[in-house]
Structures are given as C-alpha cells and as structure tokens.
Design a protein around this ligand. Structure first.
Ligand code: ATP
Ligand code: MG
Length: 235
C-alpha cells in the first residue's frame, strides 16, 4: 500500500470530525472520498498532510510511519495536497506560484522542464506566466493549484473538492486531466461532492457521514446500492 491510515480520529474540542477511519490507497489507484458538507473530508486530508494532529491513529506512507512528521516532511516524502478553495497566492505571478510547489526539490533544471511541460498542457497558464495569479479565472486558478502540486513531483496527490465552482466544461477537463495523470503513474486521493464524476474515474470509494465511514467499495458496487444512491449520492 502506498498510503495506509488506521484508526484515525480527528477532534476539534468536543467535535469529532473523523471517527475511527481506516483508509488505504494502493499505488496507481484513484481513490475517492465522498460525503456531504461536514462529513469530515477536509479534516481527513488535513490529518494526512499533517495540518491537523489526529487525536489517535496511525498513518503510513510508502512504508514509513509519518504519523508524527511535519507537513513539509510529508511533502518531501511524496505527498501533496491541493487544498479546498485553491489557496494560490494571488499577489504572486503564475510562475512564482508554480515554483513554490517545487521549493523542496534540488534539481532546478528538471523543475524548469516540468514547468514548461505544464505550460504546454495548460496554454492559459503559459501565456500568463508573468502575470499575477489574481488575473486568472476560477478554473485557471484551480489548474494552477494542481500544477503547483504537480511540480513537487508527488507520488500521491490529494485534492479537496477540486471541481467546486467550476463550469461543466472545466469540470470535465479536470477529470480528464486526473485520469491522464493517473494513467501516467500518479496515485490520487480525491475528495469530492461531485459524485458522478468522482465515481467515473475512481477505482475505489469511501463514503463518509458525520466523520464515520458508512460504506466503501468499487464504483460499481456503490452504484448498485440503491439505498445508498438515494440517501447519500443524490441519485
Ligand atoms: N478548525 C475547526 N475547528 C472546529 N471545528 C471544525 C474545524 N474544522 C472543521 N470543523 C468541524 O468538523 C466537521 C468536519 O468538517 P470538515 O471541514 O472536515 O468537513 P467536510 O466534509 O470537508 O465539509 P465540506 O464539504 O463542507 O467542505 C464539521 O462539523 C466542522 O464544523
Ligand atoms: Mg471540506
């Protein structure tokens, strides 16, 4: 397993945001975590990247116990998070934002090559490389946030509701991109409320409700579960 979290609990005071969660992500997979507002999805990703300290539980990544590692140690180990709401730095240029994602890498020539490849892939970003990120559209900002994670050369990219606020056209481009990156070897952990798109690209899926996992399985298994479809997946 590339990522394995066991018995994870995240608490904020008396609120339990994630309760006794086990989750594994095998190398090469796209795993999705679905759930309504407040289900604990972001808390899970924050615990995995080290932004919140779990009350209990263990996290292993690539054979290493990272439970007590700092976020930057986790990034160095190969984890990346594209946070909810993009969080790019709008007063910096597109290129400066991308370079931030590569801060821990020493091979600057390789970074420059990868940034060039990214501009090929997203001409909108390439054309605006020296412009302030503030002038990008919402969809372009999301692509920049993903690009910033990619230039960190992660082994596992985690994304927190990347489709939020995007037009249908950008959403389908986004999911095509994730599938493409995955076919090229990137492992993905995807938090979404866009159930239809997430189930289309994922190999495995977990459904959370109020911090607890209510079910997990393959997209086929979840789509076949009529009760689940009606209650949680908005069918
Ligand atoms: N910093 C915090 N302090 C206190 N409570 C928090 C904090 N962050 C989250 N919570 C609470 O933890 C629970 C889970 O929140 P979380 O943000 O993980 O859910 P989510 O599934 O990402 O929701 P959304 O889909 O709205 O982004 C919620 O009840 C939320 O109010
Ligand atoms: Mg969230």
């Amino acid at each position: 397993m590339l990522l394995e979290a066991k018995g994870l609990n995240v608490r904020y005071g008396r609120i339990t945001a994630v309760k006794d969660l086990d989750i594994t992500v095998a190398e090469g997979q796209i795993v999705t975590v679905l759930g309504a507002n407040g289900a604990g999805k972001s808390s899970l990703l924050k615990a995995l990247i080290g932004l919140v300290k779990p009350a209990s539980g263990h996290i292993h990544f690539n054979g290493q116990d990272i439970t007590h590692c700092s976020p930057s140690e986790r990034v160095k180990a190969g984890l990346a998070l594209v946070p909810e709401g993009r969080r790019i730095l709008i007063s910096l240029t597109v290129e400066e934002n991308l370079l931030l994602g590569a801060y821990h890498r020493h091979d600057k020539a390789a970074v420059a090559r990868e940034i060039d490849a990214l501009y090929q892939r997203f001409p909108n970003l390439g054309e605006r490389r020296y412009a302030k990120a503030a002038c990008l559209s919402g969809g372009e900002q999301q692509m920049l946030a993903i690009g910033r994670a990619l230039v960190g050369a992660p082994r596992l990219m985690m994304l927190d509701e990347p489709s939020l606020g995007l037009s249908p056209l950008f959403i389908s481009r986004l999911f095509d991109l994730l599938s493409d990156l995955n076919r090229n070897g990137l492992t993905v952990l995807l938090v979404e409320q866009n159930t239809g798109m997430a189930l289309r690209v994922a190999h495995a899926c977990h459904v959370l409700e109020l911090g607890r996992e209510i079910t997990h399985g393959t997209p086929q298994q979840l789509k076949a579960d009529k009760k689940l479809q009606e209650a949680y997946l908005g069918a």
